[in-house]
Ligand binder design. Structure first.
Ligand code: AMP
Ligand code: FE
Ligand code: FE
Ligand code: ZN
Length: 280
């Protein structure tokens, strides 16, 4: 029987709807053989997911999705097979988490000034322990019926150029690659089709990028083919995933991307190579 994986999933450790355990269970029900949890700028969902995978007999690959910015554009860098985070890595994550909080505080204040009566406490309660972000603000707006959907909240208020938007401190993609490599992880550019900047990919490859997310719900057939070819051309690893957030993000669902297990084998081979280099 064909084995398949989903290497891009969010839990409530960042802005996903479900807990790591619930995400693993859902993936199990859909027949996935391997998964990775890739929460935004945090590793806090990893242990719970790893345990749940062990119980159900799913292969678990540790992961993260780091939000970065380059020339004003948002670039997401995935990291896989991360080893225990070192001090540099944890310090950066704490910095990112703190800046997320500060930024959301400012966004709530802006929205209040605009007449949207939502409280920071409520947004924080929605985020729980997880890395707080705009989807949590969107949910607070939805709960108060200021918008009809999370999508509407983003379109009207929370995207760049909208009245409620505040940018936040972000590292650049080159730093993210360094951080991931620093803990023997495999850096992969997430959904490159969204920005479609081949020039940047070329620069990132020179800086140590090892893979491209070819299959993603925001890639149509043309973009999928383009990035598949690019991966072959640069001899990069190929990944894919649904970017599932539960109901916190529309336009995707668990099960819509089924990455052939042969790509997991290739990732594992690369990981082995990296470990050999690190420890000899
Ligand atoms: P943040 O990291 O706080 O800037 O929030 C970014 C997250 O918001 C992304 O990872 C998505 O999960 C979500 N997001 C961005 N744009 C939209 C949109 N148009 N509709 C729904 N969710 C979105
Ligand atoms: Fe997200
Ligand atoms: Fe992303
Ligand atoms: Zn994502």
């Amino acid at each position: 029987m064909a084995k398949y994986a989903d290497l891009h999933l969010h839990t409530n450790a960042s802005d996903g709807e479900y807990s790591p355990q619930e995400v693993v269970k859902a993936a199990y029900k859909q027949g996935f053989s391997a998964i990775s949890i890739t929460d935004h700028d945090t590793l806090s969902g990893i242990e719970e997911a790893r345990e749940a995978c062990q119980k159900l007999g799913i292969e678990f690959i540790s992961g993260i999705e780091i939000s970065t910015v380059w020339e004003g554009k948002e670039i997401h860098i995935l990291g896989y097979f991360l080893e225990k985070a070192d001090r540099d890595f944890l310090e950066k994550l704490t910095e990112m988490k703190d800046s997320r909080k500060e930024r959301i505080k400012k966004m709530v204040k802006r929205l209040n000034d605009l007449g949207y009566n939502i409280s920071l406490d409520k947004v924080q309660e929605i985020a729980g322990e997880g890395a707080i972000g705009r989807p949590h603000v969107a949910k607070a707006l939805l709960e108060k019926n200021y918008v009809k959907s999370i999508k509407e909240a983003f379109i009207k208020l929370l995207s760049p150029g909208c009245p409620g938007y505040v940018p936040r401190y972000k590292i650049n993609p080159f730093e993210a690659i360094e951080l991931i490599k620093g803990i023997s992880g495999i850096p992969v550019i997430a959904h490159p089709g969204i920005n479609n900047d081949e020039d940047l990919i070329y620069k990132l490859v020179k800086a140590g990028l090892l893979g491209i997310e070819v299959w993603h719900p925001e890639h149509n057939e043309l973009l999928t083919n383009k990035y598949y070819q690019l991966a072959k051309e640069y001899d990069l690893l190929i990944t894919g995933g649904s970017d599932w957030h539960g109901h916190n993000k529309e336009d995707t669902a668990l099960g819509i991307i089924k990455l052939d297990y042969k790509y997991i084998e290739k990732l594992k081979r690369k990981k082995k190579e990296l470990s050999l280099i690190t420890f000899t």
